[in-house]
Design a protein around this ligand. Structure first.
Ligand code: SF4
Length: 180
């Protein structure tokens, strides 16, 4: 099957899983150093998760790696959680559920011949209650786009999606699947 058809098949599977998927060129993915200050100064989870800074590659290293890709899919799961009294608990559940759907797409892409398919997951990894000194499930460890400097709001703008903070009626889980 030609590569474009394979990509279409991955998009169809994303839709079946309840995700929206947009093809994007990796050259158009904005990577900004300033994203890191939001991790280091203000995130209450800083240093706690092995999927996030300071436990992952730095932004410059990711920039170099991104240059070796050409195509990606922006993946979005959207949820109305206005009925949920504990939004942090809800976010924990939603990002885990979305992650597993997106990971299925990474596996599918790999099986279809995109050897270097790699998911950047929605939010920090929460496969375990707490991280150990060494990752307990390294096969599931993925980092989020913002953790390597991707300006998630900007990349969403390019496909006509909006990213709204602090609105429980519009919670979006955002991942990026680097394809080839
Ligand atoms: S798999 Fe577990 S130990 Fe590894 S990064 Fe995720 S939560 Fe932390």
């Amino acid at each position: 099957m030609p590569m474009n058809e394979k990509q279409e098949m991955i998009i169809r599977r994303a839709l079946e899983l309840g995700l929206r998927a947009y093809p994007v060129k990796t050259a158009g993915i904005p990577v900004e150093n300033r994203a890191r200050i939001k991790c280091e100064y203000g995130c209450r989870g800083y240093g706690k998760r092995l999927s996030c800074p300071p436990h992952i590659m730095d932004i410059d290293e990711f920039r170099k790696i991104l240059l070796e890709y050409d195509k990606a899919l922006l993946l979005i799961g959207e949820h109305d959680m206005s009925h949920e009294p504990d939004i942090f608990r809800a976010w924990s559940h939603l990002r885990k559920e979305s992650f597993h759907k997106m990971l299925e797409l990474e596996y599918l892409a790999f099986r279809e011949g995109f050897t270097y398919a790699q998911l950047l997951r929605p939010g920090a990894c929460n496969e375990c209650d707490v991280c150990a000194e060494q990752c307990r499930k390294p096969e599931l460890r993925r980092f989020p786009p913002e953790a390597v400097g991707i300006n998630v709001g900007k990349i969403m703008d390019t496909v006509g999606e909006t990213f709204v903070f602090c609105d429980p009626s519009d919670i979006k889980c955002v991942g990026i699947l680097l394809i080839e």
